[in-house]
Design a protein around this ligand. Structure first.
Ligand code: ADP
Ligand code: GN1
Ligand code: MG
Length: 369
């Protein structure tokens, strides 16, 4: 990793306990740089923390971002304790800096934060056990319920227009026009795929404007690898990656969960014959989500659940393709055409959702009857 900071110096800034042993790059996030840091206590036991370099290209105001996370985690902690849960395991706990702040800003402007490491649980890139996805549905639905009384006006918009699909489409068109890397010629079919579906980008936003969908406090990045699955019980023990908790639609959270959790292949799998939606997994997630969030969902929200899966997958594909056209400036990539491969993968998933749409509607009918 090409870095201009000394991780040992950064670690000294936080209220970690014990003697520092080592720090290792960790996880598969596309945005922040995550490290697992190991410490040893007097009794020789080893414990870990998560340390993250905040991506300030994406999150322009780390102050606002961390204020959101402080407020959201405090709210979650209060609710979890009130219901007899264990807040040390069921929500993120910020480790403060030596001067009592929720993040550290270095002289070069790099921003870091730290969390208690949630042990005996892990995240998965792909669902290995359908029960885990059902449990992740329960966990994301519960997360929405726990935040249903959070004062939305307290939240900063950490990324403006994050799920504004109309703006995402306009940005994409501009990138096609500018074509800064001369890549548009190579992706003509993908550009057509997006343009053919332009009308889809307006559907939810129009309904929101007409007050036919309620604005809620939502997570907005409900990838399957943003829920920690307990190693023993298999429960979705903790929702992580709270950077994009903002006012949004519950359909954003549902749709993005299906995009990643009900996929039959990883998001960047280049063998497109493997890529699609599993109806079994779709049903699993839906059952879990409806169990915890179902009562508060309106008929309109329920009706649009299958569409949201298509739209959020489409949105993500548009974002990957836009980033490819822009020269890979947003998402971390690990190979030259990574963003293009991701976009193609997402579009294959969109096509598969289109083909299975009626079956998805039937599943919603069955689960929500
Ligand atoms: P990004 O925003 O880059 O996706 P995340 O906050 O999702 O970063 O963290 C990346 C990975 O680090 C997660 O998928 C998870 O495996 C791990 N992780 C994050 N927070 C914790 C935590 N508090 N305890 C244990 N693992 C964590
Ligand atoms: C990013 O941070 P991570 O890897 O959980 C992105 C999501 C995308 C996702 C696609 C802040 O999520 O919006 O859906 O990649 N997060 C941000 O895998 O842009
Ligand atoms: Mg993440």
């Amino acid at each position: 990793m090409n870095v201009n900071y000394d991780i040992n110096e950064i670690i000294k800034q936080f209220n970690f306990s014990g003697n520092f042993i080592k720090a290792e790059p960790y996880g598969f996030g596309h945005i922040n740089s995550t490290f697992c840091v190991y410490f040893q206590k007097g009794d020789c036991s080893i414990h870990r923390y998560i340390l993250q370099k905040i991506n300030t290209n994406v999150f322009k105001s780390p102050e606002n971002l961390m204020e959101n996370i402080e407020n959201v985690t405090a709210h979650l902690k209060m609710k979890i304790m009130a219901s007899g849960g264990n807040p040390n395991r069921e929500t993120l706990i910020i480790v403060t800096t030596k001067d009592g702040k929720s993040f550290y800003k270095s002289e070069t402007g790099d921003c870091f934060r730290a969390y208690i490491f949630i042990e005996n649980a892990r995240t998965y890139q792909l669902v290995e056990n359908p029960k885990h996805l059902y449990n992740s549905g329960k966990a994301f639905g519960k997360f929405q319920q726990l935040l249903s009384d959070f004062p939305a006006e307290k939240l900063h918009e950490t990324i403006p227009d994050f799920h504004n699909t109309v703006k995402r489409y306009e940005t994409f068109l501009k990138s096609v026009e500018k074509d800064v890397k001369g890549r548009a010629i190579e992706v003509k079919d993908e550009i057509k795929f997006v343009m053919d579906r332009a009308d889809d980008t307006k559907v939810l936003l129009n309904l929101l404007k007409e007050n036919k969908l309620p604005l809620r406090v939502t997570h907005n990045d409900t990838k399957f690898n943003n829920v920690m699955i307990d190693d023993i019980t298999g429960e979705g023990i903790c929702i992580i990656d709270l950077d994009t908790v903002m006012p949004g639609l519950s359909l954003y959270d549902f749709g993005d969960s299906i995009r990643s959790g009900a996929a039959t292949a990883e998001e960047d799998d280049t063998d497109l014959s493997k890529v699609g939606i599993s109806l079994e997994l779709f049903e699993n997630f839906t059952r879990g989500f409806i169990e915890t969030a179902g009562k508060s969902l309106t008929d309109m929200e329920i009706k649009l659940l299958p569409f949201s899966a298509k739209l959020l997958t489409f949105e993500c594909g548009i974002r990957f393709l836009t980033d490819y056209l822009d020269g890979d400036v947003y998402f971390k990539i690990h190979r030259e055409k990574h963003n293009l491969e991701r976009a193609r993968n997402q579009f294959k998933m969109v096509a598969d959702i289109e083909a299975k749409f009626q079956q998805m509607e039937a599943i919603i009918g069955k689960v929500c009857q």
